[in-house]
Design a protein around this ligand. Structure first.
Ligand SMILES: NC(=O)C1=CN([C@@H]2O[C@H](COP(=O)(O)OP(=O)(O)OC[C@H]3O[C@@H](n4cnc5c(N)ncnc54)[C@H](O)[C@@H]3O)[C@@H](O)[C@H]2O)C=CC1
Ligand SMILES: N[C@@H](CC=O)C(=O)O
Ligand code: NA
Length: 427
C-alpha cells in the first residue's frame, strides 16, 4: 500500500517537493520499493498547487491534512514558529510522522516537538532545516555517533553567502544582492532572519544540540548579522588578504559550549574562503574521525526539497517495513553556554566618523582606555559630506573590552555617526 503524504506549504520548498515526486515517484518504487502518494496539499494560494498540476489535491485548511486518517506523513513547509508549531504538534498528536524544513521551530521549540514525537511514537525528521541539500543532521545522528564532537562550524546561510559573494566579486550593492537572493528563493519570507544572522543562529543551535548531546536554543547563540557590512569592509578585507563570511561556530570547551554567529574575516587561503554563492560548508571535528567537511547548496527549491524528500522516503521506508522510529532526541546532557565576553580575538572595526581634526586621537584614546592594542587605524576615503570611514584593526583582545570601547565611542558627542561595522578576524 502507498504511503500517503500531506504537504502543508507549497511555496519554494513545497513546490520543489512536488516536482521531485512527479519526476521520481516511479524510481522510488523501482529502486527502493517505496511507494509514496501525494494525497493532499495545503497553502494560502491554490494557484501554487495549480501551477504544479496538483490543484485537485488542494485545501486551504491544514486541519484537513492533519486530521485525515489516510495520511501517514505530514510535511510542514510553512515556516515560522506559530502556525507551523500547531501543524507539527497537531500532526504528531494525530499519530502522523512529520518531516519539516523549519529551523526556526526546531531551534526554539525543539524540545517540545521532539518530546511530542516520542510521546506519539512517531518520527520527526528535519534534515532540510540545516544546510539545505547538504546531508548534515543525518551524519551527525548516524555515521558520526561513535565520536565525541568537539567543533561544528561553517557557512550555513545561503542568502548571506550569496550576497557577500556578489558584493565582493561583482560589486553589487547590499540591496541589489539581497533582491537577487530573494528572487532565487534563497531568502526567508522575512529576510531579516537571513541578514540579521538569526537563520544561521537557529541552524548552529540545531547542530550544536545534536553534536554535543545538549540542548542549545536560538536564544543561547550570540548573533550578529551582515546588515552593517559595506563595500568598504569588503575592499578593506581584500587589501588585508581576507574575505568576509558569515560564520556559525560551535565549540565544545572544557567548561561548556561556545556558540555564536558573526561576520568573520578569514584568510583567502582558508578552506571556507572559496565557499561562494549559495553554497554552504560545514566543518565537523570528532575525537576519532578527525576533521570532516560537508559541502553543497544551502538554499533554494531543489536543494531543500532534496533533503525534505530524503527524509520522507526514509520515514516511508520505515512505515512500509514496520520499523519503529530510530533516533529521537539525543540531548542527554546539560552543558552550560559560555559567555561571549571572555572571547579573545583580533577585531576589524569600521566607524563612520565626523571628518574634523582631533577625531583620530579621540578614537585612539578610547581604545587605549580599554586596554585594546591597536594594530592600525586608517582612514578609507570620505563616505559622504563631513564624514569619513575610520578602519581600526586590533591585536588580540577581549570581547568585553571591545564592547565597552564601542559603548564609549558611541556615547561621544558628534564623533561616531552610524552603527559601526564589527568583524572578528580569524587567524
Ligand atoms: N527557501 C529555502 O531555500 C529554504 C527554506 N527552508 C525552510 O522551508 C520552509 C518553507 O520555506 P519556503 O518554501 O522558502 O517558504 P515560502 O514562503 O516560499 O512558502 C511558504 C508556504 O506556506 C504557505 N502558508 C503560509 N501560511 C500558511 C497557513 N496558515 N496555512 C497553510 N499554508 C500556509 C504559503 O502559502 C506557501 O505555500 C521554512 O521553514 C524555511 O525556513 C529550509 C531550507 C531552504
Ligand atoms: N534562508 C535560508 C534558506 C535555507 O535554509 C538560507 O538562505 O540559507
Ligand atoms: Na541538510
Amino acid at each position: 500500500m502507498a504511503v500517503k503524504i500531506g504537504l502543508v506549504g507549497t511555496g519554494t520548498v513545497g513546490g520543489g517537493c512536488i516536482d521531485i515526486i512527479q519526476k521520481h515517484k516511479d524510481d522510488f518504487l523501482r529502486h527502493f520499493g517505496v511507494d509514496i502518494e501525494l494525497a493532499r496539499v495545503c497553502s494560502l494560494s491554490p494557484a501554487e498547487a495549480e501551477a504544479h498540476g496538483v490543484g485537485h489535491l488542494f485545501t486551504d485548511n491544514f486541519n484537513n491534512i492533519i486530521n485525515d486518517p489516510e495520511i501517514d506523513i505530514v510535511v510542514e513547509l510553512i515556516g515560522g514558529t506559530t502556525i507551523a508549531r500547531t501543524v507539527v504538534t497537531g500532526a504528531l498528536a494525530a499519530g502522523k510522522n512529520v518531516v519539516t524544513a523549519n529551523k526556526a521551530l526546531m531551534a526554539t521549540h525543539g524540545k517540545e516537538v521532539m518530546e511530542a514525537a516520542e510521546a506519539a511514537g512517531k518520527e520527526l525528521a528535519f534534515e532540510a532545516s540545516v544546510g539545505g541539500g547538504i546531508p548534515i543532521i543525518d551524519p551527525l545522528k548516524h555515521s558520526l555517533i561513535a565520536n565525541e564532537i568537539t567543533s561544528v562550524m561553517g557557512i550555513v546561510n545561503g542568502t548571506t553567502n550569496y550576497m557577500l559573494t556578489r558584493m565582493a566579486d561583482n560589486g553589487l550593492s547590499y540591496e541589489d544582492a539581497l533582491h537577487e537572493a530573494q528572487q532565487k528563493g534563497f531568502a526567508e519570507a522575512d529576510p531579516t532572519a537571513d541578514v540579521g544572522g538569526f537563520d544561521a543562529a537557529a541552524k548552529i543551535a540545531i547542530l550544536a544540540s545534536i553534536a554535543f548531546n545538549s540542548r542549545v536554543t536560538l536564544d543561547d547563540v550570540f548573533t550578529d548579522g551582515i546588515t552593517n557590512i559595506s563595500p568598504v569592509d569588503i575592499e578593506a578585507a581584500r587589501d588585508m588578504g581576507y574575505v568576509i563570511k558569515l560564520l556559525a561556530i560551535a565549540h565544545r570547551r572544557e567548561d561548556g559550549v561556545d556558540v555564536r554567529v558573526h561576520p568573520t574575516m578569514i584568510p583567502t587561503n582558508h578552506q571556507l574562503a572559496t565557499v561562494n554563492g549559495v553554497f554552504n560548508a560545514i566543518y565537523v571535528v570528532g575525537d576519532f574521525v578527525g576533521e570532516t567537511m560537508f559541502f553543497g547548496e544551502g538554499a533554494g527549491a531543489g536543494a531543500a526539497a532534496s533533503a525534505v524528500m530524503g527524509d520522507v522516503l526514509e520515514v516511508a521506508r520505515h512505515i512500509q517495513q514496520g520499523v519503529a522510529p530510530i533516533v529521537g532526541c539525543t540531548c542527554t546532557d546539560d552543558l552550560p553556554i559560555l559567555p561571549m565576553d571572555e572571547l579573545v580575538m583580533r577585531y576589524y572595526l569600521r566607524f563612520s566618523v565626523t571628518d574634523r581634526p582631533g577625531v583620530l586621537e579621540t578614537m585612539a584614546g578610547v581604545f587605549a582606555r580599554h586596554n585594546i592594542s591597536v594594530k592600525s587605524i586608517v582612514q578609507r576615503g570620505r563616505s559622504g559630506a563631513e564624514r569619513v570611514d575610520q578602519v581600526v584593526v586590533t591585536h588580540r583582545c577581549r570581547e568585553r573590552d571591545i564592547r565597552e570601547a564601542l559603548e564609549e565611542a558611541l556615547a561621544l558627542d558628534n564623533v561616531v555617526l552610524d552603527t559601526p561595522s564589527v568583524i572578528r578576524v580569524e587567524e
